[in-house]
Design a protein around this ligand. Structure first.
Ligand code: S3P
Length: 184
């Protein structure tokens, strides 16, 4: 972590991991602003993520996502930031995340994730079915999450409130630990 200001808390993980719900609750507890990177992309584009995928394709979405993530992470105000689940695939994004603060990887079994996202309708990558797609994405992405994460919280058996507590514990430990990875 190279940031000169208080570290951001950054939540990564697959779709359905709870990044937005848990992130917003963590932000309230920390007295910080919560930034959902998908929301930044949508506000900037004036259209939904699904519309961007449909009209311009995934590559264009990833370019917008990279810019939005970089803008959020560059703010001096300490934030809680939730990038979309695929942001970690880009090595530039992993660099941005690692330099910006404490990265918490929210994990849950794909069967749990699939139940959470089923029928959400707003995620273009899940159009072919949540469970098979999330199973494939887990295989493709786990190494990238592991690479960027300061610490991991497994939320499969936890309520939202318990997950928030676990994330904040991990964050505090990483920030205050003498040799925690937050010092990298
Ligand atoms: C994506 C995850 C979505 C969104 C887009 C692509 C992904 O965000 O960025 O649909 O590649 O995993 P959430 O993880 O917040 O659902």
């Amino acid at each position: 972590m190279t940031t000169p200001h208080a570290p951001h808390l950054l939540l990564v993980g697959l779709m359905g991991a709870g990044k937005s719900t848990v992130g917003a609750a963590c932000a309230r507890r920390l007295g910080r602003r919560f930034v959902d990177v998908d929301d930044l992309v949508e506000d900037d584009a004036g259209m939904s993520v699904a519309e961007i995928f449909e009209q311009f394709g995934e590559e264009d979405f990833r370019r917008r996502e990279r810019g939005a993530l970089h803008s959020a992470c560059s703010l001096a105000e300490p934030l809680v930031v939730a990038p979309g689940g695929g942001a970690v695939l880009d090595p530039v994004n992993r660099e941005t995340l690692g330099a910006a603060g404490v990265v918490v990887w929210l994990r849950a079994p794909v069967s749990v994730l699939a139940q959470r996202v089923e029928g959400s309708g707003s995620r273009p990558l899940l159009a072919d079915g949540a469970l098979p797609t999330l199973t494939r994405l887990e295989e493709e992405r786990d190494a990238a999450y592991a690479d960027v994460a300061t610490c991991t919280v497994s939320s499969g058996d936890l309520s939202v409130a318990e997950t928030v507590d676990a994330v904040l514990d991990a964050f505090e430990r990483a920030v205050s630990g003498p040799s925690g990875r937050a010092g990298r």
